[in-house]
Design a protein around this ligand. Sequence first.
Ligand code: AN0
Ligand code: CP
Length: 317
Amino acid sequence: MRTFLHPQDLGDLQAALQEARAIKADRYAHANLGKNRTALLIFFNNSLRTRLSTQKAAMNLGMNVIVLDVNQGAWRLETERGVVMDGDKSEHLLEAVPVMGSYCDVIGVRTFARFESRDDDYSERILRQFIDHSGRPVFSMESATVHPLQAFADLITIEEHKRKARPKVVLTWAPHPKALPQAVPNSFAEWALAAGYDLTIAHPEGYELCEDFTRGAHITHDQDEALRGADFVYAKNWAAYSADHYGQVLSRDMSWTVSRDKMALTHDAAFMHCLPVRRGMIVTDDVIESPRSLVIPEAANREISATVVLKRMLQAL
Ligand code: AN0
Ligand code: CP
């Protein structure tokens, strides 16, 4: 595996989920695979779970790990080609990327959507520079449009907790004070559909996601209708995707907060969120603290999804 952005990169998804189960049963089973191999994890944006779980996964496989926070201590990087670099940026990404590649065997990159240009974000311009110029296998640790390590962990979690073969899974928008990327909902929808779940997406008008990720889902503006009979409720905020309002916050409608009353509409659904989550905005305290909340096991499964992905990349070196 040379790149990891989409479920197809894993090949047979059911086989990958089976492998995840095996890794979870013995996460140190491949502790020699990564001997003298180095994972470089590059963060352009903040992280708690991805940073820790991906380091842990690399250590499970016996790898060395280098973590770089690009905005803390490294030179400020120019990412546009053709600019006269007379400002505050000392180095160009086109030199920095191959240099970084020379010190490692695999590279993970966190680079959020910038919301400056939809075309730039949706072409994964920054991640592509790593893929094209690092000479190393590259995996997204949430890039502009996708968060595949999260979605893979979410599927592992659903498989562990589902009570029927094809559960009804609801991805619902919920309010948030700031503009957030579409990467998490894009990947969740893409992976849930790839797994064959019965997926409903609920959001206020204007929050339609890119169809490439949602084709095959039932889409509604009525959250209550979506929640009826749900087995899993996956809450997430995202900013608008439409060309006219790209990156904007169009609604802060607090009636979309996932509350105990909302969960009462479901089929005793489990509650999911990728974290970090704002209580009182996305979800109420009682729902996230309830026995049906899977947010902690979901985060724990990030170690498992990352172990499978790094294992596949090491095996293909
Ligand atoms: C990010 C997002 O919504 O994409 C990261 C989530 C994993 N969340 C925030 O920036 C709060
Ligand atoms: N869910 C997730 O990716 O969390 P972090 O932003 O803390 O890594």
